[in-house]
Ligand binder design. Sequence first.
Ligand code: UTP
Length: 227
Amino acid sequence: MVVISLGGSIVAGREIDVKYIQEFRQFLREESRQRKIFVVVGGGATARKYIAAGKELGLDQFTLDEIGVLATRLNAHLLLGGYSYPMVAKSVEEACAASSSYNVVVMGGTEPGHTTDAVSLLLAEKLGEKRVINMTSVGGIYDKDPRKYKDARLIRRMSYQDAKNMFMKEKMNAGLNIPFDLLSLKIAERSGIEIVIVGREIATVKEVINGGNYQGTVIGNPNIGDK
Ligand code: UTP
């Protein structure tokens, strides 16, 4: 079983990346012959655009989140196919139930108050799965912002606590370079779910699934001998 959180900006950045979506669909079709795959798709630029408009119009935060959820579901629809449950699952429970008949289940957000990263962790909790593969455009956690600093170093493994500390520090400094929210980290920690942060390359995800070498950051319990 594999749970993937697919960053919205990969699917729908400035443009909708149809070529990439085509490749991802092919990947789902192939993988579905061997295992169950759950994909939780983010809102990307679609969500940001609509939320920004809603903010300008003075809409409340709850409604803005609802708009965000709709954007995630809009993106998620692009991954549906003959290989999948024919609808975007609206809840973790629906996704779990659908997986008894389908090997691929696609979903977006669920309700206001969190992100699709949190949804992917709640889904993993419910499924008893101990790993979520988080695909982001940044491709891991670096010791400094890789877009600004050429010598930024990829951190291969970090504990939940270190990730939480980094998150708090980053939050105060703005310019967030941890592609993760605190709630997601807390859910991961309480159930011991490893978060594997990788880039957008499908080959990398296959390496993670097949236990190969890959570029990315794992957030999890500290290994004996770490630090
Ligand atoms: P995302 O999961 O894409 O949020 O959902 P994000 O992490 O802010 O986006 P990226 O990864 O940086 O691109 C988009 C928005 O939809 C709402 C939130 O407002 C979120 O910011 N949302 C999403 C919810 O309220 N509930 C959900 O379950 C999912």
